[in-house]
Write a protein that binds this ligand. Structure first.
Ligand code: GCO
Length: 453
C-alpha cells in the first residue's frame, strides 16, 4: 500500500463506554443499572461474567490516561454513567459520581487529550427500567434532566457531546431480540414506540446541551446505521447498494429510514405513518427530534453486500459472504468498504455538516507471548485497511474530521462478557495489568506521522 497522508487537524482517538470499563458497580453511591441487573441474571452473559469490576478503570483511570498519552491520542471518547450521577434515574444527584468524572476529565485535559463525551451508552438506571424503560416516554424527559446536570457540571471542560450511542442497538437488542438489557421481546407496535422515545430523548438531549453549555460546543450522536456496500464498483451495483441502504422494512427497526428520516427530515416515512403500528408522537416532538446537529458519529464494523437485481422490484439482491471470508472473533465479516459507504450514502442523502467514526475496530484472539507482548498483526491489518477507506472519503471531499478506534482496551463486551478482545491495549483481568498491543504501537506511529503506511 502506498503511504496515505491525513490532514494535520484529523482527530485520532480511541473509545470506551462506562459500563464496559469502569467496574466499581456499587461504589460511592452508584445506583443499579439495567446492565447490572442483566449481568446478575443467570444464563444471560457468557461465562457468567459481569461488569462488576470490568477493567477497574474507576480506580485506574490515571494509569489509563497515561497510556493514552503514551499512544499520543488526540481525543478520547468516553461515556458518563447515568446511574452513577443520578442513582435513581430521577431526582437526587450523587456528588461522588460527578467527582469521578471531574477527576477523569481533569486528568485528560492536563494531558492534552480532548474528551468526547457520550451521555448514554446503554446503562439505564434500573429504577427507570422498572417503570418500562424506553417503552415509556417519561424516560426521554428523565434523560433530559440527567443531561442537564451533566452539561451544567462539565461543559466548562467538555465541548464535544454525543447524546446517545447506537440507539438502534438499545431498541433492537434490548427490546426485540432480548440479547441486551433489559432482555425483552416486544411487539412491533411497542418497538416503534421505543424508537420514538429514544429519538425524543436524543432531540431533548441536543436542546439541553445547547441550552446549558457554558461554552460553544459541538453536538452530535454516535449512531450505527445499517451499512451496505456494493459488490463491485459498477454504477449499477452502487445504485443498488444505495437502494438497499434506504430500504424500509416495517417489521425491522434496524432499517435506516426509521432513524434517519425523523432525525434529518423531521418526519417518519409515509409507510410508517400509515401502518397500524405507528408510534404516538406530536408535531412538536418531531421538531425537537430533528434539531440540527454539528456532526454525526458513525460506529461501524462490517457491511452487508448487494448487487443490482432487475428481477427484484426493490432493485437489489443480497450477496452472502463466502464461508471462508475472513472474520473477526465476533464472527463479523471483514469489509473495509463499510467505512467508505458508511458515510457516502448518508452524505448524499442528508445535510450533515461533519462526520467522525466514533467506533471501528476488531476483536481477535490475542495472546501474550513470552516476550510479554501481544503481536496482533490481524488488528493492524484491519485498522490499516479501514483507515485507507477513510482516506478515500477525505480524498473524495467528504468532511470526515476524525476516527475513534474501538477500543482503547479490552473490556466487557456486553452479552459476550470478557470473551472478546477489541482493545489496542491488552487487559489481564486477573491482575488488571495492561499491555500495549503491537496495534497500539503501530497506531502511535500513525498519529505521530499523520500517515498510514
Ligand atoms: C457497540 C457498542 C460498543 C461495543 C462495540 C463492539 O457498537 O455495540 O457501542 O459498546 O462494545 O461496538 O461490539
Amino acid at each position: 500500500m502506498k503511504t496515505l497522508k491525513f490532514p494535520k487537524s484529523f482527530v485520532w482517538g480511541a473509545a470506551t463506554a462506562s459500563h464496559q470499563i469502569e467496574g466499581a458497580w456499587q461504589e460511592d453511591g452508584k445506583g443499579e443499572s439495567n446492565w447490572d441487573r442483566l449481568n446478575h441474571t443467570p444464563g444471560k452473559i457468557e461465562n457468567g461474567d459481569t461488569g462488576d469490576v470490568a477493567c477497574d478503570h474507576y480506580h485506574r483511570y490515571k494509569e489509563d490516561v497515561a497510556l493514552m498519552k503514551h499512544i499520543g491520542l488526540k481525543a478520547y471518547r468516553l461515556s458518563t454513567a447515568w446511574p452513577r450521577i443520578i442513582p435513581n434515574g430521577t431526582g437526587k444527584v450523587n456528588p461522588k459520581g460527578l467527582d469521578f468524572y471531574d477527576r477523569l476529565l481533569d486528568e485528560l485535559l492536563s494531558n492534552n487529550i480532548i474528551p468526547f463525551v457520550t451521555l448514554y451508552h446503554w446503562d439505564l438506571p434500573q429504577k427507570l427500567e422498572d417503570k418500562l424503560g424506553w417503552r415509556n416516554k417519561d424516560t426521554a424527559y428523565a434523560y433530559a434532566d440527567y443531561a442537564k446536570e451533566v452539561v451544567k457540571h462539565f461543559s466548562d471542560r467538555v465541548t464535544n457531546w454525543m447524546t446517545f450511542n447506537e440507539m438502534p442497538c438499545s431498541a433492537n437488542l434490548g427490546y426485540k431480540s432480548g440479547e441486551h438489557a433489559p432482555g425483552l421481546k416486544e411487539s412491533n407496535k411497542i418497538m416503534n414506540q421505543v424508537v420514538h422515545n429514544l429519538l425524543l430523548g436524543h432531540g431533548l438531549g441536543v436542546k439541553t446541551i445547547r441550552g446549558y453549555s457554558k461554552k460553544k460546543c459541538d453536538v452530535g450522536l454516535a449512531h450505527n446505521g445499517a451499512v451496505v456496500a456494493p459488490q463491485t464498483n459498477s454504477p449499477a451495483d452502487i445504485a443498488a447498494a444505495k437502494k438497499a441502504w434506504a430500504y424500509l422494512d416495517l417489521q425491522n427497526q434496524w432499517s435506516n429510514p426509521f432513524w434517519f428520516e425523523p432525525m434529518f427530515k423531521g418526519k417518519y416515512p409515509d409507510a410508517v405513518l400509515k401502518s397500524k403500528d405507528v408510534p404516538s408522537f406530536t408535531p412538536a416532538e418531531m421538531k425537537i427530534i430533528s434539531a440540527p446537529l454539528d456532526f454525526l458519529g458513525i460506529n461501524v464494523y462490517s457491511a452487508g453486500v448487494v448487487c443490482a437485481d432487475k428481477n427484484n422490484p426493490a432493485g437489489f439482491k443480497k450477496i452472502p459472504y463466502p464461508k471462508k471470508h475472513p472474520k473477526t472473533t465476533m464472527n463479523w465479516d471483514i469489509n473495509p468498504d463499510c467505512i467508505y459507504y458508511g458515510v457516502k450514502f448518508l452524505a448524499e442523502t442528508y445535510k450533515i455538516k461533519k462526520f467522525y467514526f466514533t467506533e471501528n475496530g476488531a476483536a481477535f484472539k490475542d495472546i501474550v507471548t513470552k516476550d510479554n507482548r501481544v503481536h496482533d498483526k490481524a488488528r493492524i491489518d484491519y485498522l490499516r485497511n479501514h483507515f485507507a477507506s477513510a482516506h478515500r472519503l477525505i480524498k473524495d471531499g467528504f468532511n470526515l474530521a476524525g476516527y475513534f478506534v474501538w477500543s482503547l482496551m479490552d473490556n466487557f463486551e456486553w452479552q459476550k462478557g470478557y470473551s472478546q478482545r477489541f482493545g489496542i491495549i491488552y487487559t489481564d483481568y486477573k491482575t488488571q495489568k495492561r499491555i500495549l498491543k503491537d496495534s497500539a504501537l503501530w497506531y502511535k506511529e500513525v498519529i505521530k506521522s499523520k500517515e498510514v503506511k
